[in-house]
Design a protein around this ligand. Structure first.
Ligand SMILES: NC(=O)c1ccc[n+]([C@@H]2O[C@H](COP(=O)([O-])OP(=O)(O)OC[C@H]3O[C@@H](n4cnc5c(N)ncnc54)[C@H](OP(=O)(O)O)[C@@H]3O)[C@@H](O)[C@H]2O)c1
Length: 433
């Protein structure tokens, strides 16, 4: 008996789309792919913006510059959206699901903007919505949260989910580069965009935090309640202090339960203890560290970007969606827990590292300590280093409320002896409460 046949439309043939089409057309893989899909897969069209570009591995006869025309074709069973952006991608997604075709996407911006709504539509139409590549590139974290950990109560997810910032911070740590030089090098090597703001200011990580929160804890995928801090203010002195104190600075995306139904979602740099598994994630690598009540700690590590690495995750989704289609079923969307609420981030407590440049004169330390004390921020360690007429004071607090630390910084800024408030960075697992 002939194997069933499914038709696939690919929207986008850039880094990811081209690698995917090449994998689907690799003759050495055909038997394995057909087995995994329980069907033969045929790419019936590939949408791009510029038809004149030569794309090795993508047959010119498949190209079209009409993505909506392609995905509304009657014979298309599964659409793969690897174009990026939100507006047109959303139209592509809606048109696909309206026909009852399944959608595979790598687009975190799309999922963060309207993932809950798309999941609902897919479910109504008996179709799949899959987005493994939207967080952590090749790392299979979405499926792990959606299936293997579906019955576990997850208390915290910490991710190094942006390769650009991890590369910059690794270069600052290992080679002693300052922020500007490390970023310039990342741009030359293609790890950072010419306009790096989406990465270094935490926007990209925030979209991934939204997606992780929806799957790990059950929040709706929408809204702007992500507290976001980037890495552009970090200085070499902070990186040096971290190393001397037994930490390394990493840019993290964090999803954390606070109490029974409170949820903190945030992106920020943090001091990570050197013996924490995330401390050894270097360069452009990504990792996701998950803590479950019964499972304990788990970690996934891998390539968070790159056309081929990301295309493996897209391909896995495509094969799974194909199997489902042949079997006449679809995956359930994630469950939204209506009892969850976004906590006031000012109330969330953490250990903080704070650095100050002060004038080097008697009585300054007492003034500074007085400000900390007034706001109930107690200090677990302090380091002083002097240079000319100035000194740098570096503090690590005990657990303190974010709001109290912010008030402390505001008052410290008003002290005439304080030349500059430098860093204020959270410390991961920084001691008892
Ligand atoms: N690259 C990665 O490492 C990575 C990792 C994880 C997730 N992702 C996600 O994967 C998606 C694709 O990323 P990418 O790096 O492959 O992007 P890319 O290299 O910029 O490719 C985008 C593709 O979409 C096409 N396109 C853009 N606008 C279009 C339009 N209006 N009409 C038709 N086609 C259009 C482009 O056509 P032209 O080629 O003609 O310009 C190009 O082929 C994004 O959502 C991204 O966030 C990427």
């Amino acid at each position: 008996m002939d194997a069933p046949h499914l038709r696939v439309a690919v929207v986008g043939a850039g880094n990811v789309g081209r690698a995917l089409v090449q994998m689907l057309h690799d003759s050495e893989r055909q038997i394995a792919l057909d087995d995994a899909a329980t069907a033969t897969l045929e790419v019936v069209g590939v949408a791009v913006r510029d038809l004149s570009v030569v794309r090795p591995g993508v047959p010119a006869a498949l190209l079209t510059d009409d993505p909506l025309g392609l995905v509304t074709r009657e014979d298309v069973d599964i659409v793969v959206e690897v174009m990026g952006g939100v507006d047109l991608a959303r139209q592509v997604a809606e048109a696909t699901l309206a026909r009852g075709a399944s959608l595979v996407t790598a687009n975190k911006a799309l999922m963060a903007a309207c993932g809950t709504e798309l999941a609902r539509r897919a479910d109504e139409r008996g179709a799949d919505l899959m987005y493994e590549a939207s967080v952590g590139g090749a790392i299979p974290i979405i499926r792990a949260l959606r299936t293997s950990l579906a019955g576990e109560r997850i208390s915290r997810v910490i991710g190094i989910v942006n390769g650009t910032t991890n590369y910059v911070l690794t270069e600052m740590t290992q080679r002693g580069l300052d922020y500007e030089s490390a970023l310039a090098e990342a741009q030359v090597l293609g790890y950072a965009e010419a306009d790096p703001r989406a990465d270094v200011e935490g926007f990209d990580a925030a979209a991934k935090v939204q997606i992780l929160a929806s799957l790990a804890i059950g929040t709706a995928l929408a809204g702007e309640e992500i507290s976001r801090e980037g890495i552009s203010g970090l200085r070499s002195v902070d990186v040096d202090f971290a190393r001397r104190a037994g930490y390394v600075i990493k840019a993290l995306g964090v999803v954390e339960r606070v109490g029974e139904h409170g949820l903190s979602r945030r992106t920020h740099p943090a001091l990570v203890p050197l013996d924490h598994p995330l401390a050894s994630v270097h360069g452009a690598m990504n990792a996701v560290f998950v803590e479950g009540d019964k499972s304990g700690p788990l970690m996934w590590l891998g390539r968070g970007a790159g056309g081929e690495a990301t295309a493996t995750a897209v391909l896995g989704d495509l094969l799974h969606a194909a199997r489902n289609r042949i079997a006449g079923r679809h995956d359930q969307p994630f469950t939204v827990d209506d009892r969850l609420f976004a906590v006031d981030e000012g109330e969330v407590s953490s250990v903080f590292y704070i650095s100050l440049d002060v004038v080097d004169e008697p009585g300054v330390l007492a003034q500074v300590a007085g400000v900390f004390g007034r706001h109930d921020v107690s200090i677990q360690s302090m380091e002083q280093s002097g240079f000319a007429h100035e000194a740098r004071l570096s503090f690590v607090s005990h657990h303190a409320r974010t709001r109290d630390v912010e008030a402390t910084l505001a008052d410290l800024n008003r002290l005439s002896a304080v030349e500059r408030v430098g860093a204020c960075i959270r410390v991961v697992d920084g001691g008892s409460r």
